[in-house]
Design a protein around this ligand. Structure first.
Ligand SMILES: Cc1ncc(COP(=O)(O)O)c(C=O)c1O
Length: 336
């Protein structure tokens, strides 16, 4: 495998901690397996999160190709956009963010951090309007003599997914230290880069666990197809012989709730549960829904209580702040 030869621009503080969530286990009672949290909310780049691992490879490529501006897109509360702006600041590049305001545009959380990071921001009304704006910006930059490096939403291209192939090796070493061989790893899944990278990593490093993505938008069927394509392209990039089908990319779409960026009642309950048991903060859009998925499986008896399970905490903390007291109310579905 070519992993070690792919240039990486250091942006993360790794290994991120792997911690046992004993208080959460106690709260769940006898049905609970041993639960480990892989704390990728602590990757260290501007409040952390999963995108930092992808950006290490993408920024290295941007610099190697002489690019001057990182251009990316997402929603106003995009964690990926915030971390791209942070990576650009560190690497001495400009950052332009195309952000859609479908879930509001309060100047708080990630959106406020984007401004502090001096990103240039273009707000569009909805997701559909992003593509044309991205195109327009690309044209403008080229006309002005700049060299844009366009990062698709979530950084979910094969080079970005490489970050999560590498993470499996890191996690394997940590699991060995605590003598655990978990059967499953749960994570939030959206643009699939994280899950595709993990899927390749599990096979390449013969990990004990399967990866279970909990969708935050879209259907399981669609997402598994996209994930398999991305896993294959990532494997190819790395010279990994294995090939993947949609059956290798397990997605649970029961916890999407009212849709992308909208909190679900069970997700809000998870935010409160993890805060009071482990002092760990989940976010309404991604990690709360993923945790709801894992805990539903635990409560349904799908996971053997004698086993270990890993929850990959992919970050998102800054997007808690625009919600304000809505986080304290069980049924709220939109940020303020
Ligand atoms: C906090 C958080 N968790 C999970 C994800 C999903 O990762 P991916 O887009 O690689 O599926 C994202 C991506 O936006 C995120 O910000």
């Amino acid at each position: 495998m070519r992993l070690a030869t792919i240039p990486r621009y250091p942006l993360t503080t790794t290994p991120t901690p792997l911690t046992r969530a004993r208080n959460l286990e106690a709260a769940l009672g006898e049905v609970s397996p041993r639960i480990y949290l892989k704390r990728d909310d602590l990757t260290g780049l501007a409040f952390g999160g999963n995108k930092a691992r992808k950006l290490e490879y993408l920024v290295a490529d941007a610099l190697a190709t002489g690019s001057t501006v990182l251009v990316t897109e997402g929603a106003v509360q995009s964690n990926h956009a915030r971390m791209t702006a942070a990576a650009a600041a560190i690497a001495g590049l400009r950052a332009i963010l195309v952000l859609d305001a479908r879930n509001g545009d309060a100047l708080a959380g990630n959106f406020l951090l984007d401004r502090l990071l001096a990103a240039e921001i273009r707000v569009v009304p909805d997701k559909e309007a992003r593509e044309a704006e991205m195109q327009r910006i690309g044209d403008e930059l080229v006309a002005a003599g700049e060299q844009p490096y366009v990062i698709p939403a979530g950084g979910s291209v094969p080079l970005g997914a490489v970050g999560y192939v590498a993470m499996v090796q890191e996690l394997q070493a940590q699991l060995l230290e605590v003598s655990e061989a978990p059967g499953r790893l749960y994570c939030a899944t959206s643009s699939l880069g994280t899950q595709a990278g993990l899927t390749v990593g599990v096979r390449a490093f013969t990990a004990s666990f399967s990866v279970r993505g909990v969708a935050v938008e879209g259907s399981a069927h669609q997402l598994s197809d996209v994930g398999a394509l991305l896993a294959n392209a990532t494997a190819e990039l790395l010279g990994v012989e294995e090939r993947f089908t949609s059956r290798d990319v397990q997605v649970d779409d029961r916890f999407v709730g009212a849709g992308y960026g909208k909190a679900s009642p069970e997700g809000l309950e998870m935010i409160r549960l993890l805060a009071r048991t482990e002092a760990v903060f989940l976010d309404p859009a991604y990690t709360a829904k993923a945790m709801a998925g894992m805990i539903a499986d635990i409560q349904a008896g799908t996971i053997d209580p004698n086993e270990a399970v890993v929850f990959l905490h992919t970050g998102g903390g800054p997007s808690l702040f625009p919600w304000g007291e809505a986080l304290l109310e069980p049924t709220t579905r939109s940020p303020s």
